[in-house]
Design a protein around this ligand. Structure first.
Ligand code: MEV
Length: 333
């Protein structure tokens, strides 16, 4: 049995705009998906998933995954999880040139699905890594990130950037602009996450922004403004420029970024109310993270105030401090 894990992430800046070639800065956090893989003698794939924030499920299939067996969890959850596992299996088979390889796969994740914390990227990265190693082939991390990106893009109808998968494979803070992906140095920021218990449909949300951008020049300008904001934010993050008050300035830019995302229609009442609860508690700044529509916000606050405020905010199901994950993919066994 081969086991790999990979971290989730929050976006300090730049989600959505990154899909159109603007830069983004996601940052890996210590919430991981762990995937265990055992090769089979046939070409079947059996997937067992637990802790995917709802009940676990087990499915077994051969070949295409349509017409899947009945399982006792919402179809959307199975679809979401299975789509990424399927795409990861395809990438692993292709990487080792074993199109008929079968696997028993077990996924355990402490990253809520579809909530903006990069659960799909983490499962995809860890899945490809464990499946290829199980077949005796260790992929260099950049190739792993590239294959995970292709898997995500396939599931999201080609509408994905490299940001989530690159960040999960490498760990730490990264900067992604088109195909240019690099690790950056960033201070260990006092990140607080609020989760509304919900999820957004990334494909739909990305398509919504694309449609607005095509219809209105000012929506296209909003996307480029997010890119400019990211360029300013990365200057402040650069440890060489660290100055008194830089946390406050980063927070101000996060607030700005949230407003721009909201104007593109990807926020929600519960995300806005968690953002406002964090700001009123004295956070330097707060924004939604990931595709939006529901899920998580991220705030900057070195004091306990934001965490406490979020815990008492109606609509917030869970709040926690997020530590920067310096490790990306981890080869556990
Ligand atoms: C989703 O986590 C982030 C988006 O920018 C989509 C992507 O980058 O693929 C909305």
């Amino acid at each position: 049995m081969t086991v790999s894990s990979a971290p989730g992430k929050v976006y300090l800046f730049g989600e959505h705009a990154v899909v159109y070639g603007e830069p983004a800065v996601p940052c890996a956090i210590e919430r991981r998906a762990t995937v265990s893989v055992e090769a089979r003698d046939d070409d079947h794939v059996r997937v067992e998933a637990s802790d995917l924030s709802l009940d676990g499920f087990t499915v077994e299939y051969a070949g295409a995954t349509d017409g899947r067996p009945d399982v006792d969890v919402p179809a959307s959850l199975v679809e979401a999880a299975m789509g990424y596992v399927d795409a990861a299996v395809e990438q692993a088979r292709e990487a080792v040139d074993r199109p008929d390889a079968g696997f028993d796969i077990s996924v355990e994740s402490s990253i809520p699905l579809g909530a903006g914390l990069g659960s799909s990227a983490a499962v995809t990265v860890a899945g490809i890594d464990a499946a290829t190693r199980e077949l005796g082939h260790e992929l260099p991390v950049r190739e792993l990130a590239n294959r995970a990106y292709r898997a995500e893009a396939a599931v999201q109808d080609g509408q994905a950037s490299r940001a989530d998968t690159f960040c999960s494979a490498l760990g730490g803070a990264v900067r992604v602009e088109g195909d240019d992906c690099r690790a950056i140095e960033a201070p260990n920021l006092p990140l607080v996450v609020g989760f509304d218990g919900g999820a957004g449909d990334t494909g739909e949300l990305v398509a919504g922004v694309r449609a607005l951008k095509a219809e209105y020049d000012f929506a296209a300008d909003t996307v480029s403004t997010i890119g400019n904001l990211v360029r300013t934010g990365e200057q402040i993050l650069d440890p060489e420029n660290e100055a008194e008050g830089s946390l406050a300035e980063l927070g101000r830019l996060m607030n700005f970024n949230h407003g721009l995302l909201a104007s593109l229609g990807v926020s929600s009442r519960s995300l806005d109310s968690m953002v406002w609860a964090a700001r009123e508690a004295g956070a330097h700044g707060a924004k939604l993270t990931g595709a939006g529509g529901g899920g998580c916000i991220v705030a900057l606050d070195p004091t306990p105030e934001t965490l406490t405020a979020l815990q008492f905010t109606p609509g917030c199901e869970e709040a926690f401090r997020a530590e920067l994950a310096t490790d990306g993919v981890r080869r556990e066994a």
